[in-house]
Design a protein around this ligand. Structure first.
Ligand code: NAP
Ligand code: GDP
Length: 327
């Protein structure tokens, strides 16, 4: 019998790559998506990967428990990946309550539906390195204490602990993946990496001359979404549920990311990047650097795509997208 999986956040970056991976492994894939007034669901990422017609979309919202229960009953999944969230840190200051409702309480809704409808299914929660915030150790592991620095990170911390708590209280197979930043050509345009590669492409094509950014000194441990969604699947194939840090072990500043992305098209970032205080945050996460030793040892997971390969792929994809638009 075909294994079936339910992915929330199917219209997002990770939902698309994970769906592609699961389809390639023979799963029947269901994706939860919420209604929008633009009537056509935004399946552009799934279309980009050529898999939009291979997924069964179910209507639902993380803040509506009954819609989740209905989706679980229809999909009858053996694996559930909870990737849906208000996922943009900057927005979490302007919409803190929505962020709490979806990114925090939404996880409790997912777990309650799991307990009620299919307690035998395996559950993955998309936790985040943002939970480390004001870092307590130079390299963050599963044991490093958390210190969230945004309403988003506080909400994710609830999502993480409620997942651990349901595992321990109800004996569910509930796993929390603490993933460091991961990017791709399908990354949302508001995140700094995609904002940069899109800006590089626009400047190269003569569509604009300047790129406004915030804190260039912030450092992130950036990996590729394709590698990271593979780690999610690996976590659910284990005999016991546990929590894992997924990271590359290399940290890079926004400035150095700019330097590499502009250099890819033969430009000097210093001639184009300007700083704008509008993009600074009320509280910053200065640096993140993950230690994935546990994932290496237990899952056998290693990242396969380097930062430079990813930057090239992202810049090339943005050049192609913008050239096609102009054509
Ligand atoms: P993303 O591209 O922003 O996708 C978020 C998804 O959540 C979208 O499909 C969105 O649907 C959906 N969503 C938002 N609110 C919802 C609601 N109320 N009900 C149902 N669905 C809702 O995020 P991503 O980069 O793929 O990340 C996936 C998950 O991993 C997120 O939980 C994120 O916080 C977490 N995470 C990401 C990273 C990273 O670096 N990418 C790192 C650590 C953790 P719409 O299309 O309708 O908006
Ligand atoms: P985050 O780690 O989830 O907040 O991912 P982002 O890609 O949104 O931000 C990563 C880092 O880049 C943060 O420290 C931001 O302050 C910094 N950054 C600098 N300029 C910008 C900008 O213009 N947009 C965004 N999104 N982040 C920026």
């Amino acid at each position: 019998m075909k294994k079936s999986a339910l992915i929330t956040g199917i219209t997002g970056q990770d939902g698309a790559y994970l769906a592609q991976l699961l389809l390639s492994k023979g799963y029947q894939v269901f994706g939860l998506a919420r209604r929008s007034s633009t009537s056509e669901l935004n399946l552009s990422r799934l279309q980009w990967l050529g898999i939009a017609n291979d997924i069964e979309i179910l209507d639902g919202d993380l803040s509506d428990l009954s819609s989740l229960m209905r989706a679980y009953k229809t999909a009858n999944p053996s694996e559930i990946y909870n990737l849906a969230a208000q996922s943009f840190v900057a927005t979490s200051w302007s919409q803190p309550l929505l962020t709490a409702n979806v990114t925090a309480v939404g996880v409790a809704n997912m777990l309650e539906a799991l307990l009620t409808c299919c307690p035998g299914a395996r559950f993955y929660q998309a936790s985040s390195s943002e939970m480390y915030g004001l870092i307590r150790e130079p390299r963050q592991t599963e044991q490093t204490p958390f210190y969230p620095r945004s309403p988003y990170a506080v909400a994710k911390l609830y999502g993480h602990w409620i997942t651990v708590n349901y595992r321990e209280s109800h004996n569910l197979f509930a796993t929390s993946g603490i993933l460091f930043n991961h990017e791709s050509p399908l990354r949302g345009i508001e995140f700094v990496t995609r904002k940069i590669t899109d800006g590089v492409a626009r400047i190269k094509l003569g569509l604009q001359d300047k790129l406004s950014l915030g804190n260039l000194d912030a450092k992130r441990d950036w990996g590729h979404a394709r590698d990271y969604t593979r780690a999610m699947w690996m976590m659910l194939q284990q005999d016991v549920a546990d929590d894992y840090v997924i990271a590359t072990g290399i940290t890079t500043s926004v400035r150095d990311f700019c330097q590499s992305a502009f250099a890819h098209v033969g430009l000097n970032y210093e001639n184009h990047v300007v700083t704008d205080p509008r993009f600074l945050r009320p509280a910053e996460v200065d640096v993140l650097l993950g230690d994935s030793t546990k994932a290496h040892q237990i899952l056998g997971w290693h990242p396969e795509i380097s930062l430079n390969e990813m930057i090239s792929e992202m810049v090339e994809a943005d050049l192609k997208r913008l050239s096609n638009k102009g054509a």
